[in-house]
Structures are given as structure tokens and as C-alpha cells.
Design a protein around this ligand. Structure first.
Ligand SMILES: Cc1ncc(COP(=O)(O)O)c(C=O)c1O
Length: 450
């Protein structure tokens, strides 16, 4: 594909001789005809190659400094039992944050020790379920939760491995990060006000019930470089050294969370994961030498950077409407309505997230005109892409493809306006198979018990 957005499409994406978008061996026109639209089309090879690339890049970089890395795929980005099986088969672990995500992991047969459980408000039932499944770790998010997990451990007769989630004051996203002393958010235990240290001491006071693996932090999303990760690693390593001085206990692990950025549009640069892993390993090595502590085992939790780029959403165009607007450089804007919208991708409405899109069923040599891609929902903010140049002859029945929708698309999908949530089809070679089926009206009505 000769296109400035080439890097935002899954591997193997081309334009075929008919001028249609070709995802690996599949013409999008055939996919739309067979599986209907809107449709999430996930390239399994792309997804799994990224999962393995994260594991290999981090393990190689940290082996150089005598350490090892566990990569937890953050299931919140997109989870179904096929995905859970893939990540485990590719040597990753799975990060969950609710009973529902644990249920998917259980259905997929993920071994308990390969699972982590997060969450700022875990219920007793979720904690009991996690312990019952023998999860590898529960990430503690508050002081009351320590008592909750201790009680659950006593009830189950099992010792539970835990980490303490620390808020370090670092917040990152894109190329920017800020570092503040104080926190004003719901996750974790503050370094600044001493709650993180209190939580660690409390966990160490319950050694019969809890095994302290280490400390965790997650600093943001769409992070493009290593700077913020290095500052947050320093804060965690300093805390680890302080805990050792105060208690004599050296925590074996440090989790740096997820948040690795991807390219959504032509202007975004995807993160160079191997380079980032090497920079992090080298900085952590230096920091540990400064602090005179051994390098810990590291874990990371990428979600978006594995799932996001693997998936393309296919929409069918419906109403195309020229609208006269006041904008000085744009007198008419073409509103192109598609058959999905905020119910399958809430990110533009929620965070102003930006996407690319392409006419996918044919080529057009017509002039491109200022357009806005909108959904079908009863909400004027139901916008997929607010400002995009599309061929002037775009018409009802055309297909539009939106790349990089694999993370926080289907997983945040809703039934707003009683629409049924789209299917997810996984492509592997010549095979296209449904891994999450489209909802039906019967599914919707089954919940409505009158
Ligand atoms: C604790 C934790 N880990 C990992 C992630 C995954 O982040 P991303 O998908 O940006 O890599 C998140 C996302 O919110 C998170 O809260």
C-alpha cells in the first residue's frame, strides 16, 4: 500500500488488483459479505507476533543485566478465550481486573499461576475466585483490601502472592509526562503520603497469609518513549531499597505496568519496543548499582500495544449528507454515516481519540473532500473521525476501514440504542473464523424479563 498511513495497518495489508483493501489473504468485500458489518477483523499473526516481540525484546534486554521479565497481556484491551489461549501459548501471562475477565481465563484453561488480578474495588467474590483459581498474584490497591485478602486467604487456607500498587506521582501519555508529589486519583497507594509504605509493612505483618512479591505501578497510556518509565522505575527501586533498610525484606519483583504507545494515524510513531526495553534495562541496572541492591525480576503489562494494531473495523456506509458549515476553510462538510459508531468505538467520544480511515471496497480517483465519519447513534457526539479527506464520490454501500481498533474497542463496546455488538473475526492465513460472535436481538431481549 503506497500510503502515509501504512504503519497503522496490520501486517500483510495491501490493495488488491480490484482496488479493494486486502487483509492478508482476505478481500474486505468478502469478509463484509460473509460476516456482515460493523465487523472487527483481527489479524491473529499480527497480534501474536507483537505478543512474542514484547516477551522476547524484554527478556533479551533484561537477561543482559542478569534479570528476567514476565509479560502480562492486559486483558482489558481485548479479551476472549481465543486471545487468552494465544497469549499463554506465546509465553505471556494474563492480567485480569474483574471476575468476568477471570471467567474468560478459566474458560480458556489459563493456568492460575499465569494470571494476575488487578482492580481498585475488588469484591470478596472476585478475591475468593482468584484465590480458588490459584492466581499468580493479586495486586493490592488499598489498605482495606489487605484485610479483605487476608480474610479470604484464611478462609481458603492458602497463602496468597500479592503486589502493592504504588502511585508514584508520574503520569504519562504521548511524549509528555508530569511528575507531581501528590495524587488525586482512585488507583493505588501513594508514595508521597506514606500509604504505600504502610501497605507494604502491613502485608509483611501477615506473612502466614500473604507472600509479598513486590511493587507495581501503571503510569498512563500511549507512552511513546522510555523517559517516564525510567523515572517511575527509579521511584519504585528507591522504595524497594528503603523497605529493605527498614524491614530487612528485599522484594523480588517490580512491575512497571502497561501504557506502551501505538500509531493510530499517519503522524503517530509506534514505540520501538526492543530499543525501549534496552533503555529500561540499562537504566534499571544503573539505578540498582547506585542503590546497591540486586536487579529485581521485572514485569510489564502491555495491552494496547499488542491488541490495538492487529485489528481493523469494517463499516458499511449509509447516508452521505453534505452539510453547510461556518468553518472559514470549509464551507461544506460531507457527513458520512456508518452502521456502527460510539457503541463499537467509544474512544473518540471519551478521550477525543484520533483514527485514520480508508475507502476499502474500491479505489476512487475523485477529488478528496472534507468529511466527517459519524455513527448511527442518537447522539451528535457520535463521531468516529471528525475531520478526514474522503473521495467526493463516497456513497451508500461503500466500505470504510478504520485501523488500530483492536484495543478498547470491542472491550468497551455497548448496546447503546439497543444495537447488537459486532463480531470479531480472526484471520490466520486463508482461514477466517469468528472468535466472538455478533450479538443478536435475542441476546438483547433475553436480558429483558419484562
Ligand atoms: C494496571 C494496568 N496495567 C496495564 C494496562 C494496559 O495499558 P495499555 O493497554 O495502555 O498498555 C492498564 C490500562 O489501563 C492498567 O490500568
Amino acid at each position: 500500500m503506497k500510503d502515509k498511513t501504512i504503519h497503522v495497518w496490520p501486517q500483510g495489508t495491501t490493495i488488491n488488483p480490484d482496488g479493494a483493501l486486502q487483509l492478508g489473504e482476505h478481500d474486505v468485500r468478502d469478509l463484509a459479505a460473509e460476516f456482515a458489518t460493523p465487523l472487527f477483523v483481527l489479524n491473529e499473526d499480527d497480534f501474536r507476533a507483537r505478543a512474542r516481540m514484547f516477551r522476547e525484546a524484554f527478556q533479551t534486554a533484561f537477561a543482559e543485566i542478569g534479570s528476567d521479565v514476565d509479560v502480562y497481556y492486559a486483558g482489558k484491551a481485548f479479551l476472549c478465550s481465543a486471545v487468552a489461549r494465544w497469549v499463554v501459548a506465546d509465553g505471556l501471562r494474563l492480567d485480569t481486573c474483574t471476575g468476568g475477565e477471570l471467567a474468560v481465563a478459566a474458560r480458556a484453561g489459563v493456568p492460575g499461576p499465569k494470571l494476575g488480578l488487578h482492580g481498585n474495588n475488588k469484591s470478596d467474590a472476585e478475591i475468593a475466585r482468584a484465590i480458588d483459581m490459584g492466581v499468580g498474584r493479586i495486586v493490592l490497591d488499598s489498605l482495606p483490601e489487605i484485610e479483605q485478602v487476608v480474610a479470604a486467604a484464611k478462609r481458603s487456607g492458602r497463602r496468597v502472592s500479592v503486589m502493592v500498587r504504588v502511585t508514584t506521582g508520574i503520569h504519562a501519555g504521548g511524549h509528555e509526562f508530569i511528575s507531581t508529589a501528590h495524587e488525586d486519583q482512585k488507583f493505588g497507594l501513594s508514595l508521597a503520603d506514606g500509604s504505600a509504605m504502610r501497605a507494604i509493612e502491613s502485608v509483611l505483618g501477615h506473612r502466614d497469609e500473604l507472600e509479598l512479591l513486590g511493587i507495581h505501578t501503571h503510569i498512563g497510556s500511549q507512552i511513546q518513549d522510555s523517559a517516564a518509565f525510567i523515572v517511575s522505575a527509579r521511584k519504585l527501586l528507591e522504595l524497594r531499597a528503603l523497605v529493605q533498610q527498614r524491614t530487612g525484606f528485599l522484594m523480588p519483583e517490580v512491575d512497571l505496568g502497561g501504557g506502551f504507545g501505538i500509531a493510530y494515524t499517519a503522524v503517530d510513531e509506534p514505540v520501538n519496543v526492543p530499543a525501549l526495553a534496552r533503555e529500561l534495562a540499562s537504566s534499571i541496572d544503573t539505578l540498582c548499582t547506585e542503590l546497591d541492591t540486586p536487579v529485581p525480576r521485572i514485569s510489564i503489562e502491555p495491552g494496547r500495544a499488542i491488541a490495538g494494531p492487529s485489528t481493523v473495523t469494517l463499516y458499511r456506509v449509509g447516508v452521505v449528507k453534505p452539510v453547510t458549515v461556518d468553518d472559514t476553510d470549509c464551507r461544506v462538510r460531507t457527513y458520512v454515516s456508518v452502521d456502527g459508531g460510539m457503541s463499537d468505538n467509544i474512544r473518540p467520544a471519551l478521550y477525543g481519540a484520533e483514527y485514520a480511515a480508508k475507502l476499502a471496497n474500491r479505489q476512487s480517483n475523485k477529488l478528496k473532500v472534507r468529511s466527517r465519519i459519524v455513527g448511527k447513534h442518537c447522539e451528535s457526539g457520535d463521531i468516529v473521525i471528525p475531520d478526514i479527506d474522503l473521495p467526493a464520490d463516497i456513497m451508500a454501500g461503500d466500505l470504510l476501514a478504520v485501523p488500530a481498533t483492536g484495543a478498547y474497542g470491542r472491550s468497551m463496546a455497548s448496546n447503546y440504542n439497543m444495537v447488537t455488538r459486532p463480531a470479531v473475526v480472526a484471520l490466520r492465513g486463508a482461514e477466517a473464523r469468528v472468535i466472538v460472535r455478533r450479538e443478536t436481538e435475542d441476546d438483547l431481549l433475553a436480558l429483558d424479563i419484562g
